[in-house]
Design a protein around this ligand. Structure first.
Ligand code: TXA
Ligand code: MG
Length: 355
C-alpha cells in the first residue's frame, strides 16, 4: 500500500519528511522530487531495498542507479580516487542537475552499480530532496520514478500514475524545475566523457574545466550507444505510447522550415491519420493558419521552457483520444537543446525525418 505525502517545497513539513525517511530506514522505497525529475529511492547500503527499486519500475538489473547525496561528506563515503577536476565541478555545480561518474568505494553494493567499478553521484538542488536524504541518514540510490521506458515524471501525479501500489511512499511536491534529467559526465576518463546531456549545459562544464568534454554520438541521441560506457542507453526511453517522429531541418529560416513540417503532416492526414505537431512558439502561428493541430513546447529563444515541458507533453499526447501520432520539431543542439534532442530522438525510437 502506497502512502502519498504532499510536501510543499516552500514550507517543508519536517514530520512528513521524517516519515518518508523512516520508510527508507525500514528498507522501503520512496519516490521523491528533485529539481530535474522525480526519483524512486532506496537506502544505497541495503541491497534488498535497492532490488525493490528495480522490481517496482521494471528496470533491467544491468542498468545502474544514481546515488543521491546531501553533503560532500557523503561523496567521500561512496567514491574513491576522486580526480581534482571532479571536485572542482562538484564545488561549482552542486547542488544541481549534474551527475559525476567516479570510482566506487567498497561501501556501495554491486546491486546499485550493476556490478560496475564506478558509481554515478549527484547532489540534487531541491529542498525536499536534500531534507529527505539528510533525515534518511544514508545516500539514496535512485533512478527516475517512472515505469521503465516511460517519460520521466515531472509532477507528483505522473509518479502516482506509474508507481501507485508499487512504491511504499510517494512524496508529491508539485512540478519539477528542469523537466529533464541531470547531465552525466564520466570523470574516470581524461578528457571527461558526456554520457547523457541534461539540465546543466555541457558548455558550462567545459568552461569550468577550461577544456573540452568528449561528446559521443549516442549523447546526441544518434547512433548505437557503447554499452561499456553507457549501460542504460541500449533501452528504449522516454517514450510515449503513440508514434512519435522528429522532423529536423534548418532552423535559420523558420518559415521555410515550418512549411516543410506542415507538408509532412498534411501527407499523414491525407493517409487518414490524426497527427499533432509539437512545435515552438515561434512557428505555432504558421500551423494555426494552416488549420493544423499543434501543441506549443515553448520558445526557441528560451529552450529551458521547451525542456521543462517535454516529458509532460509526451504524457499529454497519450491522453488525447483524437490524436494517434505526433510530429515534433527539432531544436538547435546548444545549451539545453542538446538534452531536448537526445530525449526526443530516443523517445521517437530514432524515427527521424530530415526536411
Ligand atoms: O536527474 C536525474 O539524473 C534523475 C534524478 C532522479 O536524479 N535520475 C535519473 O536516473 O535520471 P536514471 O536511472 O533514470 O538515469 C541514470 C542513468 C542511467 O542511464 C544509467 O545507466 C546511468 O545513469 N548510470 C548510473 N550508474 C552508472 C555507472 N556506474 N556507469 C555508467 N552509467 C551509469
Ligand atoms: Mg530514467
Amino acid at each position: 500500500n502506497t502512502k502519498v505525502l504532499r510536501i510543499d517545497p516552500e514550507n517543508i513539513d519536517m514530520d512528513l519528511v521524517r516519515e518518508a525517511a523512516a520508510a527508507i530506514r525500514a528498507g522501503g522505497i520512496v519516490a521523491f522530487p528533485t529539481e530535474t525529475v522525480y526519483g524512486l529511492g532506496a537506502d544505497t547500503y541495503n541491497p534488498e531495498a535497492v532490488k525493490k527499486v528495480f522490481i517496482a519500475k521494471r528496470r533491467p538489473m544491468d542498468n545502474p542507479l544514481i546515488v543521491h547525496i546531501h553533503s560532500l561528506n557523503q561523496l567521500y563515503e561512496v567514491a574513491v580516487k576522486i580526480p581534482p577536476e571532479a571536485e572542482k565541478l562538484a564545488r561549482r555545480f552542486w547542488p544541481g542537475p549534474m551527475t559525476l561518474l567516479l570510482w566506487k568505494s567498497d561501501k556501495v553494493p554491486p546491486e546499485v552499480t550493476a556490478g560496475r567499478p564506478t558509481v554515478a553521484v549527484r547532489m540534487p538542488a531541491h529542498p525536499v530532496a536534500l531534507a529527505f536524504i539528510r533525515e534518511s541518514g544514508v545516500p539514496i540510490a535512485a533512478p527516475s520514478a517512472n515505469l521503465a521506458g516511460r517519460p520521466s515524471p515531472t509532477t507528483g501525479e505522473h509518479v502516482v500514475r506509474d508507481l501507485y501500489g508499487r512504491a511504499d511512499v510517494i512524496i508529491d511536491s508539485g512540478e519539477t524545475v528542469y523537466g529533464v534529467e541531470s547531465t552525466i559526465v564520466d570523470m574516470t576518463r581524461d578528457p571527461p566523457v558526456l554520457l547523457r546531456p541534461g539540465g546543466l549545459p555541457v558548455e558550462e562544464i567545459e568552461r569550468e574545466l577550461g577544456k573540452e568534454v568528449v561528446i559521443p554520438q549516442f549523447a546526441r541521441g544518434l547512433g548505437q550507444a557503447d554499452v561499456a560506457l553507457a549501460p542504460g542507453m541500449k533501452y528504449r526511453h522516454y517514450a510515449p505510447f503513440k508514434r512519435l517522429t522528429i522532423v529536423e531541418g534548418d532552423y535559420s529560416d523558420l518559415k521555410a522550415y515550418a512549411a516543410k513540417v506542415a507538408e509532412v503532416v498534411k501527407q499523414e492526414i491525407a493517409k487518414g491519420a490524426r497527427p499533432i505537431i509539437l512545435c515552438s512558439s515561434e512557428t505555432a502561428q504558421y500551423y494555426e493558419q494552416q488549420g493544423l493541430r499543434h501543441l506549443v513546447l515553448g520558445p526557441r529563444s528560451n529552450i529551458f521552457i521547451v525542456a521543462r515541458n517535454l516529458f509532460k507533453t509526451f504524457r499529454a499526447i497519450d491522453e488525447m483520444l483524437d490524436v494517434d501520432e505526433a510530429f515534433m520539431e527539432g531544436f538547435e543542439e546548444r545549451g539545453l537543446g542538446l538534452a531536448v534532442m537526445n530525449r526526443a530522438r530516443k523517445a521517437s525510437g530514432f524515427s527521424i525525418i530530415r526536411v
